[in-house]
Design a protein around this ligand. Sequence first.
Ligand SMILES: N[C@@H](CCC[C@H](N)C(=O)O)C(=O)O
Length: 287
Amino acid sequence: MKLKFTKMHGAGNDFVVIDAINQKIDFTPAQWQKLGDRRFGVGADQILVVEKSDVPGCDFRYRIFNNDGGEVEQCGNGSRAFVKFVVEKGLTSARKITVETMAGIIAPSLEADGSITVDMGAPVLDPAQVPFVAEGLQGQPEGRETLWPLMLELGGQRESVQVSVVSMGNPHAVQVVADVDAAPVELVGPLIEHHVRFPKRVNAGFMQLVNRQHVKLRVFERGAGETLACGTGACAAVVAGIRRGLLDSPVRVDARGGQLSIAWAGEGQPVYLTGPAVTVFEGEINI
Ligand SMILES: N[C@@H](CCC[C@H](N)C(=O)O)C(=O)O
């Protein structure tokens, strides 16, 4: 079939966005992979699908596929692209929408100046629900937060790293590093992503503290590798930093592909993600 798509990005985290309200979509994992493939397909970190929602009060349903073909629960940068897409395509005239995701309901708003803020919902902090297997491990209490040791096999050596575990609908393991540019993201990221204590795998964040309201962040994403920015990763990192008493809301997050801003008022409260969304081009592919 010929599929119409839009290529978009949010701070360099790139997406193929598909209107599945006006096109019939029933793809296999191999077809999602082809759309995400930078050589044999279009190329993207994630493929975002716009559908109608059956949930009362929800404007749309938002589905997310990593470029490895797997469907996942949430994507923060993608949610900004989502609202821009449905407004630009005339699928809604509202600028604030409610969107059903696999992880619950989120509410992105497109402002007149083009900026987009998303109510991402409250973070999940119970390790078992991340999910993270904490049994048998001794967490290190630090303020109200617990840091968990993760044992990694690095070139025949065993090394322990300390991570905070947070779910923003999808799982994150965040560690603080002294210098994010020197952090071994490509080496350590896959080991954390596939660590046995994360039964659904995990997104691995590496955060450098610049000051109490400014961090630098790199994320090795589950199912996509290192991306130029990760919206839920930025939310999780800031939540972890605030809980550890290292950061104060709002926090500027510098990713390699752009800048995000995260605000969080504390436990039980929603996380607000603000940043850009850009339409790059429209296309059609035989799939
Ligand atoms: N880039 C995203 C996250 C996409 C999903 C993630 N790789 C996962 O598997 O959970 C973001 O901006 O949040």
